[in-house]
Design a protein around this ligand. Structure first.
Ligand code: TYM
Length: 334
């Protein structure tokens, strides 16, 4: 049996929310506990492709690392590191950029969303973002990449770039990574609009539950979450056309580790006035220890910095020979 090598990352753009947690981070811990070799990265180079606060970047990076650890990523089992501390990512990105078609990058929905109407003014970094992401993954020959549903298209491009390289140079140098889109909540939706993804960039903070929210804030956000007037259905088929109800049931299922059917067996026929308080209790019980641990860790950043340094040493040990080998295959003087 070949062991899995897992790589994933999150941007230090702002606080992590429940979507990041249920769609990705919670699954990272599951994979670590299964004994896979895991590399978890804070992708700071990706975060500067949009307007950002330079004075906050280093601290935001530590906060994301603290969230990883607080959620259960164990630095003794998994490598936790910062992307910019491993120069190989940017080096490999350049090489891969030479074999990535602009047409493919133009089709990336995240680019279209982030660039907005005025594509001419979007930065090259934003455009090339998926190539850097491919480099993040291919540099470790990761076999599996646990992400939320929104990253599927980027993963397909990473596979495509790996295949292009292998074909062009007649080699098996890069493994084509598989996306790992796991769990009940692969796409957590906004609490204000069940048709929109829960996101860091949404204007209203009431649309998301942040990992740093305290119990009162979580309760307030769930109480005010948009719903419809009907009671909860008995089966998942009854969630059809009810995006807000479907979202809250999905969140409950993911937090409790139950199926949606099981949740509806318990709450089918009940009003939201019954379901919401139960969801508040579940969310608070699940998230409060994570928030507390995060705050604890951030009280002494030297511990986080040491973990990140050790993680970068390990990552560099793996990445540097891979970049070197890539140069050699491409015919560079060495
Ligand atoms: P980022 O920082 O936007 O999001 C981090 C992770 O959270 C998932 N996610 C969600 N999952 C479910 N529901 C949601 N509403 C939701 N919002 C976000 C994302 O799918 C992601 O898994 N491009 C990546 C970062 C990246 C990366 C990589 C990931 C850079 N290099 C290499 C994996 C491997 C991103 O923007 O994630």
């Amino acid at each position: 049996m070949t062991t899995k090598r897992i790589l994933s990352g999150m941007q230090p753009t702002s606080q992590l929310h429940l979507g990041n947690y249920l769609g990705a981070l919670k699954n990272w811990v599951t994979l670590q506990e299964e004994g896979s070799e895991c590399l978890y990265c804070v992708v700071d180079l990706h975060a500067v492709t949009v307007a950002y606060d330079a004075d906050r970047l280093a601290q935001a990076t530590r906060e994301i690392a603290a969230a990883y650890i607080a959620a259960g990523v164990d630095p003794a089992k998994s490598s936790i590191f910062v992307q910019s501390a491993v120069p190989g990512h940017s080096q490999l990105m350049w090489l891969l950029a030479t074999m990535t078609q602009m047409g493919k990058l133009e089709r990336m929905t995240q680019f279209k969303d982030k660039a907005g109407k005025d594509k001419e003014r979007a930065g090259l970094g934003l455009f090339a973002y998926p190539v850097l992401m491919a480099a993040d993954i291919l540099i470790y020959n990761a076999t599996h990449v646990p992400v939320g549903d929104d990253q599927k298209q980027h993963l397909e491009l990473s596979r495509d770039i790996a295949a292009t390289f292998n074909t062009r140079y007649g080699t098996e140098h890069f493994i084509q990574p598989d996306p790992y889109i796991m769990g009940a909540a692969t796409r957590v939706m906004s609490l204000r609009d069940g048709t929109q993804k829960m996101s860091k960039s949404a204007e209203s903070d009431m649309s998301r539950i942040n990992l740093i929210d305290d119990a009162d804030m979580i309760a307030k956000k769930i109480r005010k979450a948009k719903t419809d007037p009907a009671s909860l259905p008995e089966t998942t088929a009854g969630l059809e056309g009810r995006p807000e109800a479907a979202n809250l049931v999905t969140i409950y299922a993911a937090l409790s580790g139950q199926s949606k059917d099981a949740v509806l067996q318990a709450f089918g026929g009940k009003e939201f006035s019954v379901f919401k308080p139960a969801l508040v209790d579940l969310a608070v019980a699940h998230l409060a220890p994570i928030t507390a641990r995060m705050n604890d860790l951030l009280g002494d950043v030297s511990e986080i910095d040491n973990i990140l340094r050790r993680g970068a040493d390990k990552a560099n040990e793996m990445a540097a020979p891979m970049v070197d080998e890539t140069y050699k295959i491409m015919g560079f003087w060495r």
